[in-house]
Design a protein around this ligand. Structure first.
Ligand code: GLN
Length: 445
């Protein structure tokens, strides 16, 4: 009896009961939440020792909205530490394996027995949520997207990954990476599910002053492709693009054209500067955002340290992994008074040029069609040969510009590669035009 009362008094069981009996738009829908969104029912660790014991006192707005509509939050999912990465390999809890490619032949016997079997990375940093959806554990995965972290793992795992327009979904309760680019992202099996979830999550939030009221995404039933203008930005045909991705890019463009859309090449000349520019802005914002984790106000506290300064230093070097520490160091260097204009100031100017590229293109085109990732999912060995910076250069090339400009973007699985792994493409559209974006995505799907 006492056991029953204890259970009933726990809020999470009430919310579970509520989900089952509610008539909300997501009633009974199972959701996995990336572990950088605050949740009262679970710890929020950002896959970092720094927050390994953090139990927030509130739910992120997106989590609250999901619960209010009857969704069942199954649990929290793995990510790269503080969402810094593109593989979900750099986590306190170890890497997240892709569900695809797990049947790679294991060589048993002889010398090769000692060799670790090779498996595919899930992509990242929202790899845990992508795998949860791809493996059928849940219907919706919540991710975050600062440079592609929702679309990249969705592409490698063969599911839909949707980054809404910046400011259309609240960031309140999402532990920040780059405040000016972070957007909660949605991972699902179908475009329809992504649209439904977006309509639940979007809109003004008093806790996030950057949010605005937006109209819900409407999936058009009879999409009229003859009035659709599709741009193919030539700069996205970059070094390292695999022939297979190029082939599906061409065939999908042809398909749209045959269905009546006007498809033509466009130029976005500042695309290749996006990654370098992002890297500077990211590190500057990281240096500032991570300052709060000092072991006194927030985060892991070292047991050593004889002075306050020493306690700060020890707590931070024990609590943060190498990638995070490297970015903090670089960010503080860029922000030094003598460097500020040369790096941060310059990067802000380049960001403006990238946004101008988009602005110009939206005068004539409704959507842009590009690859999401340059190839199918690499094996852990292939991925680990590159350092974190090189991994981002390779993985975020096509996804990152949308975060610079804030426009919505979605990754949709298209075909299987010869390795029998998913290959995906990305669509982008004008800011706040989720309806066109998702309608075209559903047509392609
Ligand atoms: N790979 C990028 C980075 O490490 C993007 C991460 C993200 O979108 N959260 O910064």
């Amino acid at each position: 009896m006492q056991f029953l009362v204890t259970i009933l008094l726990q809020q999470k069981y009430w919310s579970l009961l509520y989900s089952i009996f509610s008539d909300g738009r997501l009633s009974g829908t199972t959701v996995a939440v990336k572990d950088n969104f605050c949740t009262t029912d679970f710890k929020t660790t950002c896959a970092s020792k720094m927050l390994s014991d953090y139990k927030p006192g509130y739910d992120a707005t997106v989590v609250r909205k999901l619960k209010d509509e009857g969704a069942v939050i199954l649990g929290k999912t793995n990510l790269d530490e503080f969402a810094m990465g593109s593989g979900t390999v750099d986590s306190l809890y170890g890497p997240t394996k892709n569900v695809w490619g797990s049947t790679l032949p294991y060589r048993i016997g002889g010398k090769s027995r000692k060799k670790k079997p090779s498996w595919r990375i899930s992509g990242g940093s929202s790899g845990g949520s992508a795998v949860a959806v791809a493996s059928g554990c849940c219907r919706i995965g919540l991710g975050s997207d600062t440079g592609g972290s929702t679309r990249n793992p969705a592409s490698y795992c063969g599911v839909v990954g949707f980054k809404p327009t910046y400011s259309s979904v609240s960031r309140h309760g999402l532990i920040p990476l780059v405040n000016s680019m972070d957007v909660p992202g949605i991972i699902s099996r179908t475009v329809e599910d992504a649209a439904l979830t977006f309509n639940v999550l979007c809109g003004l939030d008093v806790y996030d002053s950057t949010t605005v009221n937006v109209s819900p995404a409407k999936l058009s039933e009879n999409l009229n492709l003859s009035s659709l203008k599709v741009g193919i930005p030539r700069e996205y045909h970059c070094k390292g693009l695999s022939p297979e991705v190029l082939a599906i890019w061409k065939s999908t463009a042809r398909l749209l054209q045959e269905a009546g859309a006007r498809v033509s090449q466009v130029s976005m000349p500042h695309t290749s500067a996006s990654i370098a520019c992002y890297s500077v802005l990211n590190q500057c914002e990281v240096a500032s955002n991570m300052a709060r984790f000092d072991g006194l106000r927030y985060g892991h506290r070292s047991k050593q340290g004889k002075s306050t300064e020493e306690l700060y230093a020890l707590s931070r070097s024990e609590g943060f992994g190498l990638v995070v520490r490297g970015r903090i160091l670089a960010g503080n260097f860029f922000l030094l008074l003598r460097n500020y204009d040369r790096y941060y100031g310059k990067a802000m100017k380049v960001r403006r040029l990238i946004c101008e590229d988009f602005k110009k293109v939206w005068q004539d085109y409704d959507v842009l069609l590009t690859p999401t990732t340059l190839s199918d999912a690499p094996t852990l060995e292939e991925f680990s040969r590159l350092d974190n910076r090189e991994q981002c250069v390779m993985n975020d090339y096509c996804t990152q510009p949308a975060n610079m400009s804030g426009c919505p973007a979605v990754s949709i699985p298209i075909a299987l590669s010869k390795n029998e792994l998913p290959l995906s493409l990305q669509l982008m559209s004008r800011n706040y035009d989720e309806s066109t974006l998702l309608s075209v995505a559903r047509w392609i799907e």
